[in-house]
Ligand binder design. Sequence first.
Ligand code: BGC
Length: 552
Amino acid sequence: MLGIIELGIQYRTWRSKAAKGKKSPRSAPSTPLAKMAKQLNEESISLESVMAEFKLSNTTLRRMMSHMSDNMDRGLESGLERSTIAMLPSFVPELPNGKERGKFVAMDLGGTNLRVMLMELEPGEPMRTKQFNTRMPNAAMHGTGEKLFDYIAKALCDFLIERELAEECLPVGFTFSYPCDQTGLRSATLLRWTKGVTATGCVGEDVVQLLEDAIKRDGRVKVNIVALINDTVGTMVAAAYEAGGHCDIGVIIGTGTNASYMESSKKIVHGLANATEEYNHKTMIIDTEWGGFGDNGEADYIFTRYDKIVDSKSDHPGVNSLDKLIAGMCMGELVRLVLERLCENKVLFNGIGSKMLRTRNTFPTKYISEILHDDCGVYSNTRQIMDELGIEGATFSDMLLLREVCVVVSRRSANLAAAAIACVLNRVRRPNMLVAIDGSTYKYHPFFNHWVCEKIRELLDPGLDFKIVQTGDGSGRGAALIAAIVSRVKREEEKRLRDLEIQRQKAAEAEEKRLLEIEAEKEEAEERARKISEMMRYQIERGAEESHQRFE
Ligand code: BGC
């Protein structure tokens, strides 16, 4: 990668060589590289001042981690009343242990895609899956809630009918990647929409009920919705299945960002206070909803002027602040705003740019990954994107600067994601922790994974260690696996109750036998006592008779 810094070094090397050759810099040969480097040097002040806003020191990141951790404690204790990190209960008690078996369905509604999946599990055998993916139409995401859920129900019904499973009443796990106040495995109230969805009539409603109503309206299939989960919970569970039952954190860095981890039930005070079902397990996966961090202004020291613009123009201003700083929903727009400003200041594109560059949301986040995928010195993706943006006459230096802006903005996002992950790892504190990560922003960016790993290492408490695995389709597979865990736990619970009943019956029989024996012993003792007293009476009477006779 030939960045500004390398360019500066080349330029300085060239200048020192020129000086050794006793040539004045003024009379330097006007090669394209020299011209460009000179121009960059002159412009670097304003470029650097813009870029400096996005740089975060480890001190700042540690400050943020400490604020996040405080919020997590408060979230567990009192929920959103005293914290911006909700720490929502998932009611998922454990990770898969390989004994799950049966046929399960997963539905996964995340950012813009809907996935329906059928999964068959048999212990010791590889899982078999069939799936159907579709892009959610804008009309469904921004219309009425009824329309949205009708669309989801139709996709599920079509899928099951095609596979002749309409009548089997299969267990369904539903991944719904928006913050929900969960009071049971299958009861969850939508707290708010994120990631730009605005469907009406859903916030404050029970999402499982909305889906069941829509399935009933469709009327073509019978299913049993057994669990509603967040995508991070699904990711954690899917990764654990692959890793033989162990995973410490599930993270999504896609359109939005979030993480889940296993927490001791004793600490989940707020989440369990309103539970509608008894929860007798020692642990539970917690959906942190860390995307809300900053909603009370506690992360203002991180926000740049560009973040503030993005937030104020978003569908939900002031909501899910960390989501907007880290995830793909806003990253492209941030880059566009920086480019627009650099262009206005004549640092970029000769001060001209294009109408599209000045228009909101014309720079999707995938452009960042595409630009950074260009090999050193080859600018094919970058050129094509500039064509798409209608930018004409861009120079080599424009392309370098464009790349640099993408690096700086996305690196900040990676650093913030790393700080959030390190914060959770520092709380989990287990040996060799496994972090499962999924999501388009993380997956398609060529350096994100590397940057995140590097920064976590710098921020993690000494003595702790971790490994990152990338999971594909974790949220979908996780939903089916959770349906399977629920069935297994239910099977195990039924067996436990059956065993308890057998034990109770055996104990009752033993008790009855004991009581009968006691009764028999009592009767025997009474009989003995009766006989003894009879004997004694007889002897007394005989004694009396004998002495009577003696006196006579
Ligand atoms: C949502 C989370 C979700 C995350 C990743 C966020 O916007 O609030 O619930 O897990 O995106 O999809």
